[in-house]
Structure formats: C-alpha cells, structure tokens
Design a protein around this ligand. Structure first.
Ligand SMILES: [Zn+2]
Length: 170
C-alpha cells in the first residue's frame, strides 16, 4: 500500500511518537508499506509520522537495494567530526539546504524481526538515520538550517503550510 505523505504544516509531523512495545505483523505490514511509499517517490528515508502514524519507526535506503527498517532508535555515540551536507525531505518538497551533523554514529534499534541491533553507521546511512530520528522527535531539517538559509525559505515554508492546511480543510 502506498501512503500519502504528510507535508509541512500537518500536525502529524509535530506530534508525539510512541515507542513500539511489540514488533507484530501489523508493524511489519506498515514498515513494508512505508518502504513501498519511499521507493515510489525515490526517497532515501521515510519516518512513520510522515505518513500520519505517530510511532517510533522509520525505513531507509541510503544505498540502492539495501533497506534498513528501524524501530525505537537510540543513539549510543556520535563522532566528534561534524559535516555540512545538503538535505531535503519528502514532507518539505522543493527545499534543499545544508545541515550540520555528526559524520558517523553508533546506534541501537530493533529490526523488523524484533531483534536488538547495535551498529556503527557512516556517510549517507548516518545522515539519513539522524534525519529520520529527528522526525520521531517532531523535528524537521528546516528547523536545523542556518538562520540565513532559514530566512531565505521562510516565505516558501509559510505558503507550504497554508497549502497543507487548506488541503486538510483547516
Ligand atoms: Zn524528512
């Protein structure tokens, strides 16, 4: 199933996301549909709140053909080195700006089989993992861009928000 992506201004993106107690079939089904949705629009990551589901999980495909399904992510360690890299977001279409983030990390999460995984991530995987984890805290990448860049996109964000609210009938 292909989900509709919630866009900037939708309250689901700022909602509180719950930890998943049990990785059952319904969770697996949602994760599969999230992968389908992400691939359908050529995304590299998609978090549950972006499809209106306020649970702590996301999917990513930072390298073509390799999918990671992440449940209840935790950060164990960040690298001291931070790098600036351009990001975009399926929920904030048309805006691409640089965000500074740690270059690599050590993380822990549950996979789709409910197994606890600990691993080190670098490059695109580290970046996407952080971007998607932010979604689970109700944070969007445009919250983290430099003030000058933020001023440049503020009008665009405002009209996107109006468009979203109109679509929702608010
Ligand atoms: Zn995003």
């Amino acid at each position: 199933m292909i989900y509709e992506i919630k866009t900037y201004g939708d309250s689901a993106l700022r909602g509180e996301n719950k930890n998943i107690e049990e990785v059952d079939d319904s969770i697996k089904e949602i994760l599969d549909s999230m992968v389908e949705t992400m691939r359908n629009i050529n995304g590299v990551g998609l978090a549950a709140p972006q499809v209106g589901i306020n649970l702590k999980m996301f999917v990513m495909e930072a390298e073509e053909g390799i999918i990671r399904k992440i449940i209840n992510p935790e950060f164990i360690q960040y690298s001291e080195i931070q790098i600036d890299h351009e990001e975009g977001c399926l929920s904030v279409p048309g805006i691409y700006k640089k965000v500074k983030r740690p270059e690599s990390l050590k993380v822990r999460y549950l996979n789709e089989n409910g197994e606890s995984i600990e691993e080190e991530l670098g490059e695109s995987w580290a970046r996407v993992f952080q971007h998607e984890s932010d979604h689970l805290e109700g944070i969007l990448f445009v919250d983290k861009i430099a003030p000058v860049a933020k001023r440049l996109v503020s009008k665009k964000l405002l009209s996107m928000k109006k468009e979203t609210l109109k679509k929702l009938g608010k």
